[in-house]
Design a protein around this ligand. Structure first.
Ligand code: NAD
Length: 257
């Protein structure tokens, strides 16, 4: 499977799943555009290293996915966007009646509205190229809920809905739109939830992982960023030409429960 000659833009890709997805796409031959809201030497170095490792062209473009105009500017600066992976995301955990309004707004903006803006900007570019793939990194929380995650669950259900709409609007074109719904993946986003949970339940780290994080993941294993990257590469392959408007769960059986 070669994606040589294709360019992928992956939002929120200086860490975790986004970075893993970028690696797998580059390994398959795609040129990649990495992104986050910071502009540090180490961000640009990630792109340099990826280019060297996989023999592709790789760039890092700073754009804050909480701002609609910057989302659109990311696609404009990339110039080409055959594969758009909407991955940027944040989390905040609190009861709905105590949920800080600014956290709600930020989660809806970064986890949902950013994909509206990037997709709107990318579709004309894909149409011009005559081929395109939109892959939204949703979550098992795009299909099920958990308490204390109202903003995240709302944004992820929203992005699953938007995926279906984009698929219908592009159904007669060589463009597909799908969402991947990961269960727990051990990335900085999940690591950040561990200390609070240890304190809340008086548990050790291993106990939190087994009894809280992986409680609903029947495989009792984290999904990996490589597995998610592989799923994106599959969605970009000819075998997936008729797969559009759907979700693929990579969740160790969570949503089968
Ligand atoms: P992460 O914290 O490692 O990565 C999040 C990425 O988003 C980082 O690159 C970060 O810099 C970027 N980001 C955050 N705010 C941004 C902004 N304003 N503008 C641009 N970039 C921004 O977390 P992750 O676990 O790799 O999460 C990636 C995606 O996967 C998220 O959408 C998340 O909801 C989803 N997801 C994660 C898990 C999991 O268990 N880790 C499970 C299901 C879904």
């Amino acid at each position: 499977m070669s994606l040589a000659g294709k360019t992928a833009v992956i939002t929120g890709s200086n860490s975790g799943i986004g970075l893993g997805v970028a690696h797998e796409l580059a390994k398959a031959g795609a040129n990649v555009v990495l992104n986050s809201f910071t502009d540090r030497d180490e961000d640009h170095k990630l792109a340099e290293d990826m280019a060297k490792e996989h023999g592709v062209s790789a760039r890092y473009i700073k754009a804050d996915m909480s701002k609609g105009d910057e989302c659109r500017a990311l696609i404009e600066k990339a110039g080409v966007c055959d594969i758009l992976v909407n991955n940027a995301g944040i989390q905040h955990v609190a009861a709905i009646d105590e949920f800080p309004v600014e956290k709600w707004d930020a989660i809806i903006a970064i986890n949902l509205s950013s994909a509206f803006h990037t997709t709107a900007a990318a579709l004309p570019v894909m149409r011009k190229a005559g081929w395109g793939r939109v892959v939204n990194i949703a979550s098992a929380h795009g299909l099920t809920a958990s308490p204390y995650k109202s903003a995240y669950v709302s944004a992820k259900h929203g992005i699953v809905g938007m995926t279906k709409t984009v698929a219908l609007e592009t159904a007669r074109e060589p463009i597909t739109a799908n969402a991947i719904c990961p269960g727990y993946v051990l990335t900085p986003l999940v690591e950040a939830q561990i200390p609070d949970t240890m304190e809340k339940y008086g548990m050790e780290r291993d106990e939190v992982i087994e009894k809280v994080l992986l409680e609903r993941q029947p495989s009792k294993q984290f999904a990996t960023v490589e597995e998610l990257g592989g799923t994106v590469v599959f969605l970009c392959s000819p075998a997936a030409d008729q797969i559009t408007g759907t979700t693929i769960s990579v969740d160790g059986g969570w949503t089968a429960l």
